[in-house]
Design a protein around this ligand. Structure first.
Ligand SMILES: Cc1cc2nc3c(=O)[nH]c(=O)nc-3n(C[C@H](O)[C@H](O)[C@H](O)COP(=O)(O)O)c2cc1C
Length: 320
């Protein structure tokens, strides 16, 4: 235990963890969470006002995003010398988790490295470089996801083509829906700077959502041919499992960052009912797909994406 962990109050430590959780990825950078700090607990609530009503009416992606923030908070606590006890979906509407401090723990170099990766991790929409993703890294990511009681299925070639067809269809369906188009436009203007979007269309087997315009992020000439695609899935459509899927996403993403891999979530295909069902068939009905992720080695010839904006911590955290 560090001396700082000994002298700070539990509430201060929990507030710091909540602030660090603000670095978490979220669908369209909506950051749909709110934290309440009390003397000895930290509560995570979903914020319905920041739900994407047309894209994500069930709140699946909102809850996955909150799960990522929850995992970020636990990672932050470990770097502050504290274990955490997490109670998921305790029953009150919008209350997704309650964290209580467990016994103090030693701050390990690994915990410090994790919290550094949490600050520098980015969504990288550039094409990946032409190099095979090491099998050992993929296995490690699968194990990290499994620890959260959900799964990561890595698609084989035929399944990637099925995914590509479904993702293309999802882009078409969403392009025809004026409510989706309006929602994407509204949130893009608020939360996604041009510097995060590639300067020219990306050559990719599996299309990302259509952001409607190019950005300013420099990219190389590569095609995503060496990228691998995975589906995070589980056995039901319960909010608690979506929350765990978000924790798994965060865990796998931080591990990927540590190992030099880039991650790009692709949620369009799970946003549209018909393509989500097609993806479920691709998984041979092994379970319910929550999110597709592209895994690959990032382009090293250009600077990667800069940080995206975050809502100031003071607006997301209620202090005692
Ligand atoms: C549940 C979820 C779904 C996402 N879906 C997509 C997507 O379909 N396409 C995309 O380019 N980024 C997607 N993202 C990435 C977010 O846009 C990104 O996390 C956010 O803009 C913040 O940027 P950062 O990850 O670089 O911090 C998704 C992220 C999450 C957590």
């Amino acid at each position: 235990m560090t001396s700082s962990a000994e002298t700070r109050t539990a509430a201060t430590v929990l507030a710091e963890a909540a602030a660090t959780a603000g670095f978490a990825p979220s669908v369209h950078n909506t950051q749909p969470w709110r934290w309440r700090v009390s003397a000895d607990t930290l509560e995570l609530r979903a914020v319905p006002e920041r739900k994407l009503l047309s894209i994500d009416p069930s709140g699946r992606l909102l809850t996955v995003s909150c799960g990522a923030a929850l995992h970020h908070a636990v990672v932050a606590l470990a770097a502050l010398g504290h274990t955490a006890v997490v109670d998921r979906c305790p029953g009150e509407p919008h209350l997704l988790a309650r964290i209580t401090l467990g016994p103090p723990c030693e701050v390990t170099p690994a915990a410090m490295r994790r919290v550094q990766h949490l600050r520098t991790r980015r969504t990288d929409r550039r094409p990946t470089r032409d190099e095979t993703v090491p099998a050992a890294d993929l296995t490690a990511l699968q194990r990290a996801v499994e620890e959260h009681d959900v799964h990561l299925h890595l698609l084989v070639d035929d399944q990637v083509y099925e995914l590509a067809a479904a993702a293309g269809r999802a882009v078409e369906v969403e392009a025809r829906d004026p409510f989706v188009a309006h929602e994407l436009e509204f949130w893009k203007a608020k939360t996604l700077p041009a510097s995060s979007l590639p300067e020219t269309p990306v050559q990719s087997t599996v299309p990302n959502r259509d952001y409607g315009e190019h950005g300013t992020l420099p990219i190389g000439e590569g095609h995503d041919s060496f990228a691998r695609y995975g589906v995070i899935f589980g056995h039901d459509e319960e909010p608690e499992t979506w929350l765990r899927a978000g924790e798994a996403l965060s865990d796998a993403w931080l591990l990927a960052a540590e190992r030099g891999l880039g991650v790009l979530p692709l949620s369009g295909v799970v946003e549209v009912d018909v393509t989500r069902t097609a993806l479920r068939m691709t998984l041979s009905e092994l379970g319910y797909p929550y999110l597709v992720i592209r895994l690959g080695l990032p382009d090293l010839d250009h600077a990667g994406p800069p940080p995206t904006p975050r809502i100031p911590a003071a607006q997301l955290i209620d202090l005692p």
